[in-house]
Design a protein around this ligand. Structure first.
Ligand code: SAH
Length: 393
């Protein structure tokens, strides 16, 4: 045992024995003198037995576990974890010349709690969600370059909005290694301009990749509305799938501009596409009888449990609107990316919306996040993306 210790209250080691990667502050009996936020600590049971090593932080989650054996958390540790993350993605065929945008590290799902890394061609965008990962950012960046076998040249650090603000770490978004280069990434053969400097999250939502492919299959001959389009992801798949027309809507001018640029990249001059800068509710109110395929992929309505009730109401209202407006025989792709909203709660909100509309609705598919956003079986909280594909008569 190398690090300063955190000792748990009696009986509070059970969840760690089941490999759950968090220690809640209520389980902590003692913290060694001098332990600071972001430090690596050893966690011991009340009778002094070593349990795990992790990053300490102030808040309701006190420690995020990095390993259940005694070991140093150094560059070698990160190299090992990153190599595993990379080889998983390679082994399931995610890294290809026609697909160079993917999530390399999905926090607990890759046994690196507090860390998210998305890859866009030669650039990795790194997000720290814990002070411990923030302090480790330089060795993480260097380990990334070393394990990537020449695939990566740039590491951009983007944690201004993801770290607990009370920690006052004041992280600057900047390149740790390399600098700006072409930002055109490819997903399933479609090109996207990814704006990691100014875009939301790491610049692009890789988590809808598989669901976009499914939408492509159902788009033939349909009139498609892509609501909350952001960079237009679903729209180009619909176009490639042979949609009759595709309308993309977002309230952000920047998103609409990116969507238009991306359409031009893939389908120059294609008149089937139009983009509208508008509010979702306002737009949906005026669309009677126009669309027989609608995508609703709103931002997380509930970032925290406290916002749950309003979020569920939000999902019910927006879905009710879509049920009211979609043409008979229409297909609705509806999503929630709020971690605080469970699969059951989301489904209930959509069911109430369907009932309210009085339409006959059937579930065709139940969707979730793709394989590069794995969920540790010991940490079911890692599942956040929920989707339903519904057939509306
Ligand atoms: N479907 C997208 C991701 C959507 S992210 C993809 O596949 O990449 C959510 C988007 O909703 C953001 O771009 C945000 O600008 C937009 N948005 C938020 N509130 C909105 C509102 N009231 N009306 C329309 N768009 C909104």
């Amino acid at each position: 045992m190398d690090y300063k210790k955190i000792i748990l209250k009696k009986g509070k080691e059970e969840s760690l024995r089941r490999f759950h990667p968090w220690v809640f502050s209520g389980a902590v009996a003692h913290i060694d003198d001098g332990v600071e936020e972001g430090d690596v600590v050893d966690i011991c049971s009340n009778d002094g037995k070593f349990l795990a090593v992790g990053h300490y932080q102030i808040g309701s989650i006190a420690v995020r576990i990095l390993d259940f054996s005694t070991r140093r958390i150094d560059k070698k540790f990160f190299e090992e974890r990153l190599r595993k993350a990379l080889s998983l993605r390679e082994s399931i065929g995610l890294i290809r010349p026609d697909n160079n945008a993917f999530r390399l590290v999905h926090g607990e799902g890759d046994f690196l709690p507090g860390l998210v890394i998305d890859i866009y061609g030669g650039t990795a965008v790194v997000q720290a969600h814990s002070p411990g990962m923030h302090f480790a950012r330089d060795i993480i960046a260097s380990a990334l370059i070393d394990v990537s076998g020449g695939m990566l040249r740039n590491v951009y650090y983007k944690s201004e909005t993801t770290l607990p603000y009370k920690a006052e770490l004041d992280p600057q978004n900047d390149y740790i290694i390399g600098g700006y280069e072409t930002n055109i990434a490819v997903e399933n053969g479609l090109k996207f301009r990814v704006d990691w400097l100014r875009g939301q999250k790491t610049g692009f939502f890789v988590d809808q990749r598989d669901n976009r492919l499914l939408l492509e299959r159902y788009s033939t001959g349909r009139s498609v509305l892509n609501m909350f389009c952001y960079t237009g992801g679903f729209s180009f798949y619909a176009m490639r799938g042979g949609a009759k027309l595709v309308h993309s809507v977002d309230s952000s001018a920047k998103a609409i501009q990116l969507t238009k640029e991306n359409v031009e990249l893939n389908f120059p001059g294609d008149k089937r596409h139009e983009a509208f800068e508008d509010d979702a509710f306002k737009f949906l109110n005026g669309i009677d009888g126009r669309y027989d395929l609608i995508v609703l992929d709103p931002p997380a309505f509930a970032k925290h449990k406290s916002a749950l009730k309003n979020a569920l109401m939000g999902y019910r209202k927006i879905n009710a609107k879509a049920f009211d407006k979609i043409l008979p025989g229409g297909i609705l792709f509806t999503f929630s990316c709020s971690q605080a909203v469970s699969k059951e709660q989301f489904r209930l909100a959509v069911f109430s919306a369907a009932a309210q509309s009085g339409r006959r609705v059937r579930i065709l598919h139940q969707l979730t996040q793709p394989a590069d956003h794995p969920v540790s079986i010991y940490h079911p909280e890692g599942e956040y993306l929920k989707g339903l594909v519904l057939y509306v008569e």
